[in-house]
Write a protein that binds this ligand. Structure first.
Ligand code: NAG
Ligand code: NAG
Ligand code: NAG
Ligand code: NAG
Length: 411
């Protein structure tokens, strides 16, 4: 197994990881996988000039402002299902609420409809999906509660591989439909069939450095984006919207590690120009735990993104798998049980056993915290996960492991 971790330490609190793999250019049927290895690794020295001080975008930044009216869709995104013939479209309608005695919106009050097709006009197909809201509640004096807008997820099925589709989403009965967007499906799975470019990023945040990372990513025209944990860093804020530079030393005087959930909405708006067009696949990091009332965790992460969990036989938003051309991606949860006796491990055994390397020769696994690193702040943090799962991944000849979490480069 080759463990690859490429992390750009732009800042201490929001480490960036960016890895653009030009897979199609390089990977053809004849290129060996690690099943044929081992091979000599290549070292690229770290550019110290990348260190800097990250400053969050303020809520007044034009890219973070709500621009829709009434129940028109915003924060539109595309995610892949488990196979090329299906994708998820997600969006949000209505305003979030934060404060005292908030009244959650009724998710049933706005329909979840996508009109789509290979032609911009007419959009000949219709798909319907489900809607939900989530609450982030802090039962402590002085802390504010949050209730999300209505989050919609619709799965499109029966799609052709490597094909451009146009779509608009919303509720046609209000009427409140979005503009027309487009995405391209993944190529069919096979040993000579790959997406052109895959962007891999972790520890993204919503800082000015995030904007240059995303600009760089867009200019490289990816077909797919993987976000390997640590999304918005909403947990660097108190519920009153006051931020902090440092995660571990944040707010020693507060009864719970607070979050400011509107940061998620800002992030969704900022990302829309990219992810309404290019599918994004997210796996959770430690910053998504976001504990709240009754020890509930991962509420924003689990509600806001669509995951091909059911399609890949997982019962959890915290781990799943999917194919992108001749690559089988396994997205593992480092903040949920990974014990040999647990659900995730059992699911992983089944998922690996089902991989047919004649169909997906490349097997890529990702999770947020690396198993191998010498970075002081996170040293051996994921050791228990390694002890449980490493042998299983070895036994199936995983080609590449991608991680985030630490602001250093290893490979
Ligand atoms: C990160 O952003 C800051 C401004 O907020 C800038 O000074 C610094 O150069 C940026 N770092 C990188 C690596 O682009
Ligand atoms: C927030 O929700 C919790 C749990 O329902 C409740 O105990 C608390 O009073 C609420 N706080 C505010 C400020 O509304
Ligand atoms: C938020 O709460 C903290 C702690 O009580 C306080 O120091 C800070 O000034 C508050 N910020 C705002 C914007 O009210
Ligand atoms: C794997 O895929 C190949 C090519 O489609 C097929 O011939 C073979 O039967 C598959 N193997 C299994 C075990 O399903």
């Amino acid at each position: 197994m080759v463990s690859m971790l490429l992390s750009v330490p732009a800042v201490v609190s929001t480490c960036l990881l960016l890895f653009l793999a030009n897979l199609v250019g390089n990977v053809r049927g004849g290129i060996p996988t690690t099943l044929d290895g081992p091979f000599k690794p290549v070292t690229v020295p770290f550019d110290e000039s990348l260190r800097g001080h990250a400053v969050d975008l303020p809520p007044t930044d034009p890219r973070l402002i709500r621009r829709v009216k009434g129940f028109e869709p915003e924060q539109i995104s595309v995610a892949l299902s488990a196979t090329y013939d299906s994708v998820w479209i997600s969006w949000i309608t209505g305003k979030f609420q934060i404060g005292y005695n908030i009244k959650p919106l009724n998710p049933k009050s706005v329909a979840s409809v996508v009109h789509y097709g290979k032609l911009r006009f007419p959009l000949s197909h219709e798909a319907r999906g489900n809607s939900l809201i989530y609450n982030q509640l802090y039962p402590f004096e002085g802390l504010r509660n949050y209730s999300s807008g209505i989050i919609h997820h619709v799965r499109l099925t029966g799609l052709k591989p490597d094909t451009l589709y146009y779509y608009r989403c919303g509720d046609p009965s209000i009427p409140a439909m979005s503009d027309i967007y487009y995405f391209k499906t993944m190529p069919i799975s096979g040993p000579k069939s790959y997406p052109g470019r895959i962007a891999v990023v972790g520890d993204l945040g919503l800082t000015y450095n995030t904007t240059s990372t995303i600009d760089h990513l867009i200019s490289n025209k990816p077909d797919l984006v993987l976000l390997i944990g640590d999304v918005t860093y909403a947990n660097l804020y108190r519920t009153n919207g006051t931020g902090s530079d440092c995660y571990s030393c944040s707010f020693p005087d507060t009864p719970i590690h607070e979050t400011y959930q509107p940061r998620w909405d800002y992030w969704g708006r900022f990302m829309q120009p990219l992810v309404s067009r290019v599918p994004i696949m997210v796996i959770e990091g430690n910053h998504e735990i976001e504990e709240q009332v009754e020890s509930r965790t991962f509420s924003a992460y689990s509600a806001r993104f669509a995951f091909p969990s059911e399609e890949s036989g997982s019962l959890s938003t915290l781990y799943y798998s999917f194919n992108a051309g001749g690559i089988h991606f396994i997205m593992l949860g480092a903040y949920v049980s990974y014990k040999k006796s647990g659900d995730q491990y059992r699911w992983l055994e089944g998922d690996l056993a089902n991989v047919n390397r004649s169909v997906t020769p490349w097997l890529v696994a990702t999770w947020h915290p690396p198993w191998y690193n010498s970075y002081q702040a996170h040293y051996k943090e994921a050791e228990c996960m390694r002890v449980e799962m490493e042998e299983l991944l070895y036994s199936y000849g995983v080609d590449i492991v991608l991680n985030g979490h630490i602001p250093q480069i290893y490979r």
